[in-house]
Ligand binder design. Structure first.
Ligand code: KIV
Length: 278
């Protein structure tokens, strides 16, 4: 690689740490996050300056071809976490706790989170509201950083009645804010929200002191996350409204990743057409 091919800042970028993420509250320093399931993409994402690589349970849909994330196992996530960990460079590695791996008890959650941390994860992500508080406390007190996932929680797709926008009415919005505050008090280091109106995303970011990361949650978040296959437009079926095809305007996979980072940092993404109203 010649000097002119060197991606901007790759040689000076410092390793992303939990303290760094906690301090990223300014709109000038938004957090960039993408799902990542293998070593080659981990290396490319690190080069492009993606802050957080998420070994998401979306791998059940985009890699394994399932209809939902429910069949994904701890061993599936651990395998892909090991692959990503080998080439993640300075990016931060978050791993999803799959359906059925943490809902029973804090001790069950700890055992499975420990498997993912031993595989190379630096943080785990769990889906759920205030009922998760004792588990979040149990994990964080034992040295496992936690991201709590609220709003549309895909592991609950059958009880939510489909993949639909959450928190649209007053009661549901207040409930989501209360859940987020409870999880923050329990020790959650990041609150991730999926598919909520932009106005609720704004209130959430203003209410909490920890970073907020959104997917289909509008522009007022500390960071943005998308599924890799969505930004490269290789997810089968119709692309979700909030997901942008970054490959189209970039012409290469590296270009698409760099553009994602640039547009999240500048605030160009998400645009109004990627966001939801009440
Ligand atoms: O598994 C996943 O892809 C997720 C999304 C929020 C990005 O959890």
């Amino acid at each position: 690689m010649s000097i002119s091919d060197t991606p901007p800042d790759s040689h000076i970028r410092k390793a992303v740490t939990i303290n760094d993420l906690r301090s990223r509250r300014s709109s000038l320093d938004r957090i960039t996050m993408l799902t990542c399931y293998d070593a080659s993409f981990a290396s490319l994402m690190n080069d492009c300056g993606v802050d957080i690589l998420l070994v998401g349970d979306s791998l059940g849909m985009v890699l394994q071809g399932h209809e939902s994330t429910l069949p994904v196992t701890v061993e599936d996530i651990a395998y892909h976490t090991r692959c990503v960990a080998r080439r993640k460079g300075k990016s931060w590695l978050m791993a999803d706790m799959p359906f059925g791996s943490y809902q029973e008890s804090p001790a069950q959650a700890y055992r499975n989170a420990a498997t993912l941390m031993a595989a190379g994860a630096q943080m785990v992500k769990l889906e759920g509201g205030a009922w998760l508080a004792s588990t979040v406390r149990f994990l964080t007190e034992r040295g496992i950083p936690v991201c709590a996932h609220l709003g549309l929680t895909p592991q609950s797709v059958h009880s939510l009645g489909g993949y639909r926008v959450q928190g649209r009415d007053h009661k549901a919005a207040e409930q989501l804010l209360a859940d987020a505050r409870t999880l923050e008090s329990a020790g959650a280091d990041i609150i991730l929200v999926e598919l909520i109106p932009s106005s609720l995303g704004k209130r959430l970011t203003e209410t909490l002191t920890v970073p907020t990361i959104g997917i289909g949650a509008g522009p007022h978040m500390t960071g943005q996350v998308l599924v890799l296959h969505d930004i490269l437009d290789v997810t089968p079926g119709k692309r979700a409204r909030f997901a942008k095809n970054f490959l189209e305007e970039s012409g290469s996979i590296r270009g698409a990743l760099e553009r994602f980072v640039r547009e999240v940092k500048s605030g160009a993404y998400p645009a109004p057409e990627h966001s939801f109203s009440e």
